[in-house]
Design a protein around this ligand. Structure first.
Ligand code: ZN
Length: 314
């Protein structure tokens, strides 16, 4: 408990900065929720320019790099090492099987997989076990990358640094996957450009927490500085379009066991020939903002006691 409180106090001393919209660069917008579940001032805003919901105040990039390298799992999950109990509770293997099945339904034959933010390596391992040999994962958290290399038998298949520092060869892959990664990145467009330059006519599969629905019962717990952007299918599709991708299909799962409100989007480059990108359903951004605002208005009813209990549990 003391370690958890220490970590939560230390994060306040990191350098914080005011941010513009990650999608369009606009700085104007209404603050919907001022403080996150750690009571850190993150100013969750709706962009006046494009409607993207994002944290208007967050850690700067250098601080974020050291945070993900050294503190991430300790801070969020209160662990110093990856134990069998932790593995069991996270059910990463089940999630990996489920994700691979959903992707196969849409994509068909998978020739290879590049995963950014591969965590403990379960998805890459699942791909290999099902016969996909061309795989590579990027995982900046050292604890996770080491686990993947040693326990998941993926030495040489997981790069323990950022994708943008990698100058090696990428495998032939028709799937690029990001599971709960994009919402953490200071500049999601930078990663989409990097992938766009490499993916050719392959599939980009992105999972993010869905801000449109599913998360309501979490209340304030849904909001923390690690999640810098809050996507719906509409705002994610707009961001993708800015970077040359179109959305072909999406799953908005309320209860798939991954996250309450898990959005999975299947996209391809807009210039892949002979593809017709369907129109997406209309979305009411005002209603989404209303739900976020409601959390800020009554934090005691909307999760603050649960946040305190998380911090204080033995
Ligand atoms: Zn914007």
């Amino acid at each position: 408990m003391f370690e958890r409180i220490r970590a939560s106090l230390s994060i306040r001393r990191y350098p914080w900065q005011e941010l513009s919209c990650p999608a369009c660069g606009n700085t104007q917008g209404e603050v919907l929720l001022a403080r996150d579940r750690y009571l850190l001032r993150v100013n969750v805003k709706v962009c006046a320019g494009c409607g993207q919901i994002y944290t208007g105040r967050n850690l700067n990039r250098a601080a974020l790099d050291s945070f993900y390298r050294d503190e991430y799992r300790r801070f969020y999950e209160d662990i110093e090492h990856i134990s069998p109990a932790y593995i069991h509770d996270n059910r990463d293997k089940l999630k990996a099987c489920y994700r691979l099945a959903r992707i196969r339904e849409r994509v068909g034959a998978i020739t290879g997989v590049v995963e950014i933010g591969s965590g403990l390596g379960f998805f890459i391992r699942e791909c290999r076990q099902s016969g996909i040999e061309n795989v590579l994962g990027f995982e900046p958290c050292k604890l996770s990358a080491d686990y993947a290399a040693k326990q998941s038998g993926l030495a040489g298949k997981i790069i323990d640094s950022d994708y943008c520092r990698y100058d090696g060869k990428l495998p032939q892959a028709n799937v690029y996957a990001l599971f709960h990664v994009l919402e953490h990145l200071p500049d999601p467009g930078e990663l989409l450009r990097w992938i766009g330059d490499r993916i050719e006519n392959g599939w980009l599969v992105i999972e993010v927490p869905d801000i449109a629905h599913g998360w309501e019962r979490l209340g304030l717990i849904n909001f923390h500085f690690g999640h810098r952007h809050y996507f719906s299918v509409g705002s994610l599709a707009r961001l993708l379009q800015r970077h040359g991708f179109g959305v072909l299909a999406f799953d908005a799962d309320m209860d798939d066991g991954i996250y309450p409100g898990n959005l999975r989007v299947f996209a391809r480059r807009l210039d892949v020939p002979d593809i017709k990108f369907p129109a997406l359903p209309a979305e009411d951004n005002r209603e989404i903002c209303r739900k976020v605002r409601r959390v800020g208005k009554a934090p005691w009813r909307n999760g603050l006691p649960r946040c305190a209990a998380r911090l204080l549990r033995p």
